[in-house]
Design a protein around this ligand. Structure first.
Ligand code: NAG
Ligand code: NAG
Ligand code: NAG
Ligand code: NAG
Ligand code: NAG
Length: 619
């Protein structure tokens, strides 16, 4: 199959190209698609989850936040030189998921300082900022002031940490005019209809917010040239549909630019010919680029009143090779003093946190979704067969057989062959949840609980009338995106349980061209087509995983088919276990009469201990 590229350039590998984080691999030369600039241009990050040092083991995503600071500065210089505008956007989930955030005390000590070094024009909160009281308090007391005038919270309130008064987390919206083009913008900052936040914050459903008086008044303004809706919201979602419809009710044609996230995917939604939404991946893998041309500016009509504005999007791989190419600069002319300083600060922070401390050596790469979850090099098979059975042992329950249930979303990243460091531990599973268990559950009922959990659509139905809706997926967020992807979904969600039989074995079509050495990576299909990625990649397979995996824990004396087991689960999923147990016909009380299993031990602790015991680095 041939590649249809409007324009691409193959750059030669420069041996001098290197990011500032010392152990980072050099980016690999690859064919690139160019950016199409417009009157207004955007750079977008989302779901960075603390990965501000970039990916130390993956050349395609090896630029750090300091390199991104340089990139934004250089892009702004290009825009200024052409009388165009550039705005920088971030849509939340900046916390949790990387040692740089999670391993400091307090958490976020360094990342909060690093993040603020980027000039961000509009940003919003994600759900991860709101799970714990002290995380949202830190957001309110530190991050919001750090980005004063730029942080927006259209549907989040917080009980003030000292006065106890319910106040907006940040201003609801803002209006501003761009510097060079004089584009008059009304901007909002949303979070999807999230319900698992700690009770010191209140998230109002988006569908209610858009009916509120302040919102209705804000959008009445006839002098707006562009509505800018940023948020931690999937771009294909009922929430953004509601915002779109609310604005369109008054403005049949005014351009609307949405930025979203949460599903950790690259995606672009077309709502109508004047309204688009961009989602820019996860974990500092992607810098989203969006441009709009043909806007009215400060009351001046667009070039042609009949023409719709033109929207263009690019998903830029986060590496210096791409950054140099798109700015027309090289390793000498690209970095700014400020960017270099930020990279240095990141290096010092990583050293202070001892993130390179080695716990063991990974003998072969273990994947989350590039292989079937039953395959020998699946991270889930490794947990199921080795880590959980070896490790889940509570002193007070010695000799009792157990069935453990772990949601696949508790794992966040692949484990690459090579060193397993303190950083790897936070990356693979950043969550602090411990384990709980129900005593002496009939074994057949325990396996039925697992089966019910893996029929998630039924669980959501069954939850009607039970306190607390449970809309989120137990699988990794990347997978949650698939129900929205129409024909391209390869029926990833069949709705049927996948306990023992492997899931749909449908790796997506492989694109290859013998002329080019393509690096495996993202090949994105979105509402605008298949030419969104800046780097032309070869395809990576994506296999579905079930919501939950299990592990049967027997000691040498137990029968292989025990009558009763301790049903162990990650405490984060207790609301689901409650529903599933009821559905499975277990005689349970609500709240569950469960106990802590292995006190003060998290899944991450178990993984780390197992690695230390079993994967020592050969001298
Ligand atoms: C929140 O509290 C936990 C437990 O004391 C602590 O480890 C963490 O660093 C705190 N987080 C923040 C953002 O202060
Ligand atoms: C929030 O939950 C805590 C228990 O975690 C409870 O003590 C407190 O009263 C709750 N606050 C509100 C406002 O509901
Ligand atoms: C370098 O970074 C540090 C820490 O963020 C900051 O205090 C200092 O002002 C920065 N200096 C320059 C020249 O940017
Ligand atoms: C369910 O459990 C309760 C309390 O443990 C008990 O009184 C009741 O008889 C049980 N019901 C059934 C059907 O086993
Ligand atoms: C891992 O190490 C532990 C402790 O030495 C041992 O009991 C267990 O059998 C090992 N697991 C594997 C799969 O080798």
């Amino acid at each position: 199959m041939t590649l249809r590229l409007k324009s691409f350039v193959v750059l030669s590998l420069l041996s001098t190209v290197s990011a500032v984080q010392p152990s980072t691999p050099e980016p690999i030369a690859a064919p690139l698609r160019e950016l199409k600039w417009g009157q207004i241009n955007f750079l977008h990050t989302t779901d960075t989850h603390g990965w501000l040092a970039g990916h130390l083991q993956e050349p395609s995503y090896s630029a750090d936040w300091g390199d991104y600071v340089s990139f934004a500065t250089r892009m702004r210089e290009v825009a200024n030189a052409h009388g165009q505008d550039l705005l920088v956007i971030d849509t939340g989930d900046r916390v949790e998921g990387n040692g740089l955030y999670d391993s400091s005390e307090p958490k976020g000590l360094y990342t909060s300082e690093i993040l603020r070094q980027q000039h961000i024009d509009v940003l919003s909160s994600g759900n991860h900022e709101l799970y714990k009281k002290n995380t949202s308090d830190a957001e309110f007391l530190k991050t919001v002031p750090n980005f004063q005038g730029h942080y927006l919270a259209s549907n989040i309130d917080i009980f003030h940490p000292t006065t106890g008064e319910l106040v907006p987390l940040a201003p609801r919206f803002k209006k501003f005019t761009t510097k060079n083009q004089g584009i008059r913008i009304a901007a909002f900052g949303f979070l999807f209809d999230f319900t698992m936040n700690y009770n010191n914050t209140v998230v109002q459903p988006v569908e209610h917010t858009v009916k509120e008086r302040w919102f209705q008044e804000a959008i009445l303004d006839k002098s707006v040239d562009l509505f800018l809706v940023v948020g931690h919201v999937p771009v294909h979602s009922p929430e953004y549909d509601a915002v779109f419809r609310a604005i369109r009710a008054f403005h049949p044609n005014t351009p609307i630019q949405f930025f979203g996230g949460h599903y950790h995917i690259r995606d672009c939604a077309k709502y109508d010919s004047n309204a688009y939404g961009l989602a820019s991946g996860r974990f500092m893998e992607t810098i989203g680029f969006m441009s709009i041309d043909g806007l009215s500016t400060g009351g001046n009509n667009p070039k042609s009143e009949l023409a719709s504005p033109i929207f263009n999007r690019r998903y830029i791989d986060n590496n210096l090779f791409s950054f140099h190419y798109h700015t027309g600069l090289d390793e000498n002319t690209f970095p700014t003093e400020h960017g270099r300083n930020v990279s240095r600060y990141i290096r010092k922070s990583r050293a202070a946190l001892q993130l390179d401390e080695i716990y063991g050596c990974i003998p072969q790469t273990l994947w989350m979704s590039r292989v079937p979850y039953t395959s020998a090099d699946s991270i889930y098979a490794w947990l199921h067969q080795q880590v959980l059975p070896d490790s889940l042992k509570d002193k007070s329950r010695s000799g009792k057989p157990a069935l453990a249930i772990v949601n696949t979303g508790a794992i966040r990243f692949d484990l690459f062959q090579g060193e397993f460091t303190r950083d790897s531990a936070y990356i693979v599973s950043p969550f602090t949840s411990g384990f709980r268990y129900l005593k002496d559950v009939p074994y057949d009922k325990a396996t039925l609980v697992l089966e019910v959990l893996n029929r998630q659509s039924k669980i959501v139905t069954a939850s009607k009338g039970v306190p607390g809706p449970l809309p989120w997926s137990l699988a990794p967020p990347e997978q949650a995106a698939y129900p929205y992807r129409g024909e391209d979904s390869h029926n990833l969600r069949s709705g049927s349980p996948m306990l023992n039989e492997p899931p749909n074995q449908n790796p997506m079509t492989y694109v290859s061209d013998p002329q080019l050495d393509l690096v495996p990576g993202y090949i994105t299909t979105d509402d605008l087509g298949t030419d969104g990625d800046d780097t032309v990649h070869s395809q990576i397979a994506f296999y579905e995983v079930p919501n939950c995996i299990d592990a049967l824990i027997l000691d040498d004396h137990s029968a292989s088919n025990p009558e009763t087991v301790d049903l162990i689960y990650v405490d984060f999923i207790e609301p689901y276990i409650t529903l599933a147990a009821r559905f499975a016909g277990l005689n349970i009380s609500v709240p569950l009469e469960s106990d802590v299993y292995m006190p003060s031990t998290s899944l991450t602790d178990i993984i780390v201990q197992w690695v230390k015991d079993n994967w020592s680095c050969a001298e």
